[in-house]
Write a protein that binds this ligand. Sequence first.
Ligand code: SAM
Ligand code: CA
Length: 220
Amino acid sequence: MMSLRTLPIDDRLFQYVLDHSLREHPAQKALREATRDHPQAGMQIAPDQGQFMGLLVKMLGARRTIEIGTFTGYSALTVALALPADGHVLACDINDAYTGIGRPFWSQAGVDHKIELVLAPALQTLEARLSAGEAGSYDFAFIDADKVNYPHYYERCLDLVRAGGLIAFDNMLWGGAVAHPAKDADTAALQALNAKLHHDVRVDLALLTVGDGLTLARKR
Ligand code: SAM
Ligand code: CA
């Protein structure tokens, strides 16, 4: 029995995981269905990953969270559902058409009051929040937007989260491309960030082989 690394997950085993562990609010299921035929549907996080992130949010006792890259709002919805009634998601995106698909489902789940969507380049939003004195006031950040800006999002999020807070980075394995010589700027940026995080003493670290690679960095 291979146990020294992650199992290969074929369609049948992935379906088994969903059938035997997925707990979704009806609005989450409906939002996945509403996104399924979208040309960019592959950008949505997988539901098992969302459930894991919800668990992390609860374990952290998080109240204030940041999301960089909202798309049609599945990850924001999932985090909002895991937060207490006074919880907050600062959701950053630049695309009104994508996020517009998600908003009705946030309402359907009764968590729209927890999600503050800011349509502007995320770096601008994060810097504005730092200027407004919000450093150290967030518990959790999920980074899932343009890959070349990940290193900048990381530095801003490290300032915005408290000690003991968590930053999660999606797509850190980039379909396996990070293990090969980079052919584009996205791959190169993710490789550089993986290399930097490896020895970054400001955080505790794990790179999970969940989805497309989920790195967890806990601020020391
Ligand atoms: N977390 C989402 C989910 O689970 O459905 C998926 C996010 S998708 C991979 C990336 C998103 O980042 C897109 O919706 C895109 O519009 C947004 N984006 C791209 N560049 C951005 C920027 N500079 N600032 C904010 N959002 C950006
Ligand atoms: Ca992603």
